[in-house]
Write a protein that binds this ligand. Structure first.
Ligand code: CA
Length: 328
C-alpha cells in the first residue's frame, strides 16, 4: 500500500514536471509580432492613430523610429527628413536645406506639431508610395514624441490589463553626432524614466549602426534587450561580434532566403548561425501588399517563421500575422 502510494506520488510528480517543461518549451517557441510603424498598412505610419489601431490588434511590440528635434525631443518618425510624410513644404517653404530637403533636426517640437502628417509619398512626384493604403492628404494626423507614445501604450496597458511592449529604433546616430546630438543617451534616459531599464522591462532597443549599439551596451551601460539591425551580406559575417553586446538580430528577410528547389525554399545559414550564438532573429518587413517572392502573406509567414525558424517579425499588418500565428 505504502509503495503504491509512493508510486502514484512519483507518477503525479513526473506528469507535473513534464507539463511544466512543455509549457516552458511552448513559451520559448512563442513567436513575436512587432507592429512595424504601428498598423501602418491601414493608417499613416507612426501616427498615434496607427499606434492605437495596432494596439487593438494585440501584437507583442509596437515599433517607434526616432529622430531628434532641434530642441532634443525624440520624435517618432521613420527618416531624418520631413517632406515625404508631412506638408512641411507648404507650411515652412523657407526652411529647406540646399539639397531641397526638410530635416526634423531643423525644427523645434512646437514647430513640428504644426505639421499635418499624411500617408508616405514621393516628394518629387507627389505620388503615394502604397496606392492602396490610407489616402494621401486626408484626415488630421500629427507628429508626436516618444514620451507621448509611451504614455499611450502604457495607458492602454493599464486600461486593458494587457502588456504590450515598445520597440524603439534610434535613426542615424552618426548624423545626430555630426549635429552635436546624442540620440542614444537622450532616448535611454526617457526609456529609463518610463521604467524601461532591463531585459525584463518589455522594451527592445534596435539600431542599424553597430558601433552605436555596441556603445549603448558598453559605454552607456544599458541593460535593455538590444537588437542589431543589418541590411548587407557583409554584416552577416560579423555575427560573433554582434553577440558580444546584442541579444538579437534584425535582418532583411531576403537575407534568410536562399533559393527555391523543387518548389521548396532553401535558406542561408543566417538563422541557425544566429541561434547558435544565442541571438533571437526578428526580420523586417512582412507586407501583405508587397509579397515579391511569395504567393500569399500566409505562405510568407509559414516559410519564414516555421521553416526558416525565425523568432519574430516586423509587419505592417499586425492583425494578419497575429491571426495566422493564433491558428497554428
Ligand atoms: Ca524601424
Amino acid at each position: 500500500m505504502f509503495f503504491a502510494k509512493q508510486k502514484l506520488f512519483i507518477l503525479v510528480l513526473l506528469i507535473f514536471l513534464s507539463c511544466k517543461e512543455s509549457i516552458k518549451n511552448q513559451s520559448s517557441m512563442k513567436k513575436t509580432v512587432i507592429a512595424h510603424r504601428g498598423a501602418s498598412a491601414y493608417l499613416p505610419e507612426h501616427t498615434m492613430e496607427a499606434k492605437a489601431m495596432a494596439y487593438a490588434m494585440n501584437p507583442d511590440y509596437i515599433e517607434q523610429d526616432l529622430v531628434l528635434s532641434k530642441d532634443d525631443v525624440p520624435i517618432v518618425i521613420h527618416d531624418i527628413y520631413l517632406d515625404d510624410v508631412t506638408n512641411v513644404a507648404t507650411v515652412y517653404p523657407d526652411k529647406k536645406r540646399e539639397d531641397n530637403r526638410y530635416y526634423v533636426i531643423d525644427f523645434t517640437f512646437d514647430e513640428l506639431q504644426q505639421l499635418q502628417v499624411t500617408e508616405r509619398f514621393d516628394p518629387k512626384t507627389g505620388k503615394q508610395f502604397y496606392p492602396n493604403r490610407f489616402p494621401k492628404n486626408k484626415g488630421n494626423f500629427k507628429l508626436h514624441s516618444l514620451a507621448q507614445e509611451i504614455e499611450l501604450i502604457q495607458g492602454l496597458n493599464y486600461s486593458t490589463r494587457n502588456d504590450i511592449g515598445i520597440y524603439p529604433e534610434i535613426k542615424n546616430p552618426a548624423f545626430h553626432h555630426k549635429n552635436g546630438k546624442d540620440i542614444a543617451k537622450i532616448t535611454l534616459k526617457i526609456l529609463s524614466e518610463y521604467g524601461y531599464k532591463t531585459k525584463k522591462d518589455n522594451c527592445i532597443f534596435q539600431c542599424f549602426d553597430a558601433k552605436e549599439l555596441e556603445r549603448v551596451r558598453k559605454e552607456l551601460k544599458s541593460d535593455l534587450f538590444l537588437v542589431q539591425l543589418i541590411e548587407s551580406d557583409e554584416e552577416t559575417k560579423q555575427l560573433k561580434h554582434f553577440a558580444t553586446y546584442a541579444d538579437g538580430l534584425g535582418p532583411w528577410y531576403t537575407q534568410i532566403l536562399d533559393k527555391k528547389v523543387n518548389g521548396k525554399w532553401q535558406f542561408t545559414s543566417l538563422v541557425t548561425d544566429a541561434h547558435k550564438l544565442g541571438l533571437k532573429v526578428h526580420p523586417y518587413t512582412f507586407r501583405a501588399d508587397k509579397l515579391a517572392e511569395f504567393s500569399s502573406f500566409d505562405e510568407m509567414i509559414q516559410v519564414l517563421f516555421f521553416e526558416a525558424n525565425i523568432d519574430g517579425g516586423f509587419t505592417d499588418f499586425p492583425d494578419k500575422m497575429v491571426q495566422f500565428l493564433a491558428n497554428k
